[in-house]
Design a protein around this ligand. Structure first.
Ligand SMILES: *Cc1c(COP(=O)(O)O)cnc(C)c1O
Length: 370
């Protein structure tokens, strides 16, 4: 079976000694390795302050809380559930917006039409690692006096205008969970240039405690452990190599599958780079099979796929009933119904990618003939 993804991990011998040192020291959390990871990431990402947390979801929840976001927040419906959950945990209403059919990211012009006096922020996402249009989103946020938070869960290793992500909006939040490109086991990183926000978030991940047990607000335990920080530091050392390997396979998929009718690829802008957290085919009516039939046939041939993201947020049970049911969210639904993520991981052998590509071609051609 060729899996949809696998974490590319450093060899155990590389951090065995450090794990032993942490165990011997007895300092399993709030120790030096989380601080070291934060320093290294501040150098790598385009932000002055990095706050390591136990997951991207908690990073988002605490960021919205610290920014005092409330009322309504505009976000795409075509994303992973955690983007919306981070708002729900702050009693904020997600205003679900349609996506752009080329970039698969939030449609910024449509987002503008949803702004009203209750709107406090925009929460954008880098879908599959394709950087969202940060400049337009920033312009919009400034024009209407809104906060801007970016769910950059997929964006570690991506480049926007040739630069690593992290420096846009009030904060960008990354994920280090095992299906993402850089892995800690579980973990997240909040990147921000706002010193007072960073200061607040360091308290927020520690129950809201400034250090004297007199909590200033209701925070959470969202600390990253020392072990996770060590794995993340090692994973950072491999990041560039891993993202390059993913881009090589993605290029191969694009070229080898381009002759098949009815397949559209996510468009990445010329000066940008996707981390290719996922590689997704967007099937159109010219394609001879439905997405689900293609997925079933690939599984028979030992190839795992995923229907990311199906259902979209606005169709999920947790977000019913929708108050703005007049909105059709046509592109989000088309993407949800017709996108299929095919296997891609950093240490994937080219022979596997060739097998995946050939098998898709065979299935498509076979169905064209019948
Ligand atoms: C994975 C993911 C998250 C959540 O990250 P965790 O670290 O697992 O909490 C949030 N947003 C998106 C878009 C994701 O894919």
């Amino acid at each position: 079976m060729i899996p949809i993804t696998r974490p590319t991990l450093p060899r155990f011998e590389e951090f065995e000694g450090v794990f032993r040192e942490i165990m011997d020291s007895g300092q399993l959390t709030n120790g030096k390795y989380v601080g070291l990871l934060e320093d290294k990431m501040a150098g790598h990402l385009g932000a002055n302050h990095i706050i390591a947390v136990s997951s991207c979801t908690l990073g988002l929840i605490l960021t919205h809380q610290a920014l005092k976001m409330s009322g309504e927040v505009i976000m795409p419906s075509f994303t992973f559930s955690a983007t919306a959950h981070s708002l729900a945990w702050n009693s904020i209403k997600p205003v679900l917006t349609d996506s752009d059919p080329d970039s698969f990211n939030i449609d910024v012009e449509l987002a503008e039409t949803k702004i009203n006096p209750r709107t406090s922020a925009i929460l954008a996402v880098d879908i599959f690692g394709n950087p969202c249009d940060r400049q337009s989103l920033k312009d919009l946020a400034i024009k209407y006096g809104l906060k801007l938070v970016i769910d950059a869960a997929h964006g570690m290793g991506s480049l926007y205008g040739g630069e690593p992500l992290g420096g846009w909006g009030d904060a960008e939040v990354f994920s280090l969970s095992p299906t993402k490109v850089m892995v800690a086991g579980e973990g997240g990183l909040i990147a921000t240039d706002d010193e007072s926000l960073a200061f607040k978030l360091k308290k927020a991940r520690n129950y809201g405690d400034p250090g004297n047990y007199n909590c200033e607000f209701a925070g959470l335990n969202a600390r990253m452990s020392e072990f996770h920080a060590v794995i993340a530091i090692k994973s950072l050392e491999q990041l560039e190599e891993n993202v390059k390997a993913r881009n090589t396979i993605a290029e191969y998929y694009r070229e080898s599958l381009s002759g098949i009718p009815g397949i559209k690829f996510q468009s990445i802008k010329e000066n940008d780079r996707s981390s290719y957290k996922d590689f997704s085919l967007y099937l159109h009516e010219d394609f001879p099979l439905s997405r689900n039939d293609l997925s079933a046939k690939l599984l028979e041939k030992g190839i795992q796929t995923k229907p990311y993201f199906d259902p979209p947020i606005h169709k999920q049970t947790a977000y019913q009933p929708r108050s703005r049911s007049s909105d059709k969210l046509k592109t989000a639904e088309a993407l949800s119904n017709n996108c299929i993520s095919i296997p891609l991981y950093s240490h994937m052998p080219m022979s596997e990618a060739e097998y995946v590509s050939l098998t898709i071609k065979d299935i498509a051609n076979g169905n064209l003939e019948t």
